[in-house]
Design a protein around this ligand. Structure first.
Ligand code: MRU
Length: 355
């Protein structure tokens, strides 16, 4: 497929028209307010990623790619060595904003690698190459999401019920999304599904983002609380679970939004196929197992007070707020990637597609 600049401009993360900054759709304000933020400095990029104004592993990767270009453009570096040193420092800083999704570090390292291949060139030439690289990251994500959507669509029948957790649609990625991609691609082709969207405590990505995106796209979507997944499955309303991923380890364990592993356990109990869908940029062959994935811990106030008029727990109550959990590969029916559908044994078959 050929990806156009128009396709990229329509995504939740894109370069501004003058190509000197990044514009993101502020996902914190959805679904009530559609607000765009302009990002130019390392601190602004860091804060946007940390506070989830931009979120979802692929979208964070796209943002990080553009960030490295914009920071290079604005560096004022006199030569390529000074530029590289500045980018290495900014890159480390950006990577430290969120530890779990591999796409952030992957995109930063890819941009640094590009800069290293240009050592000795004029800073303007390095900056121009970085712009092309960041656009390539974005275009490739659109292509990958399209292929993932095609593969995912082949796994379900018209009218099937699909349960999803968190948000792995266009907002979190680029065109189509990953876990939501088959539904949106199907919709384009006149194939309808019934989607059950877990609300996804504590940050409500399922309520605020997935049900928003699907409702706007005219998809039959039903929002449920996380603890309702079991009854919906027991009722026979779910024929497949489609979820995204933030990092897939070499053995097929994968990290995704907190609560995902519970969905996988329920799916196994009810005999429902459970798929994770993600681009090859989310597969981390240097990470042997899920036990090696660092899980981000977040502010207790996300649980106690964020969505309420008054706090819903005593201030002194302890909270444990992991943003992600790891789903064991034994619970996964298949991993749907842009390079094909990967079935167990995952350690062998992931190696094959990752070369
Ligand atoms: O904390 P978030 O909202 O960035 O977490 C996002 C998820 O867990 C998504 O499911 C994952 O990034 C896949 S997005 C295609």
């Amino acid at each position: 497929m050929s990806v156009t600049r128009e396709d990229m401009a329509g995504c939740s993360v894109h370069l501004t028209g003058d190509e000197t900054a990044v514009e993101i759709l502020d996902q914190r304000a959805l679904p009530n307010v559609t607000d765009y933020l302009r990002l130019e400095t390392a601190e602004e990029f860091y804060e946007a990623i940390r506070t989830l104004a931009v979120r979802g592993a692929p979208a964070i990767g796209i943002c990080a790619g553009y960030a490295m270009y914009v920071l290079a453009l604005r560096s004022g570096a006199a030569d390529s060595e000074a530029l590289l040193a500045k980018l290495e420092k900014d890159g480390d800083y950006l990577i430290s904003s969120r530890p779990t999704a591999v796409n952030l570090a992957w995109a930063v390292r890819r941009m640094l690698e590009k800069a290293r291949t240009m050592r000795g060139a004029a800073p303007e030439a390095v900056i121009a190459a970085l712009k092309e690289e960041s656009l390539a990251i974005h275009a490739e994500d659109i292509e990958m999401c399209t292929r993932i959507s095609e593969y995912g669509l082949s796994l379900v029948k018209p009218g099937d019920g699909i349960l999803t957790h968190c948000n792995a649609g266009p907002l979190a990625t680029s065109k189509y999304g990953t876990a939501i991609g088959p539904v949106l691609l199907g919709k384009e082709r006149g194939i309808d599904f019934k989607v059950f969207s877990d609300e996804t405590r504590p940050l409500l990505q399922g309520a605020r983002l997935t049900s928003y995106e699907l409702q706007k796209a005219g998809v039959d979507v039903t929002l449920i609380c996380d603890n309702m997944a079991s009854i919906v499955m027991k009722n026979g309303w779910v024929q497949a679970c489609f979820v995204g991923c933030d990092r897939i380890a070499a053995n097929g364990d994968f990290a995704n939004k907190i609560g995902t592993s519970g969905v996988a356990i329920l799916a196994k109990h009810y005999g429902i196929p459970f798929y994770t869908l993600g681009p090859s940029s989310t597969i981390d062959m240097d990470c042997p197992t899920g036990g090696d994935i660092r899980i981000e811990l977040r502010d207790p106030e996300e649980i106690k007070s964020l969505w309420y008029e008054k706090p819903m727990a005593l201030p002194e109550v302890k909270c444990y707020n992991p943003a992600f959990d790891v789903t064991d590969h034994s619970l996964v029916t298949a991993i749907v990637t842009d390079r094909g559908i990967v079935y167990p044994p995952f350690d062998e078959n992931l190696k094959k597609i990752m070369g």
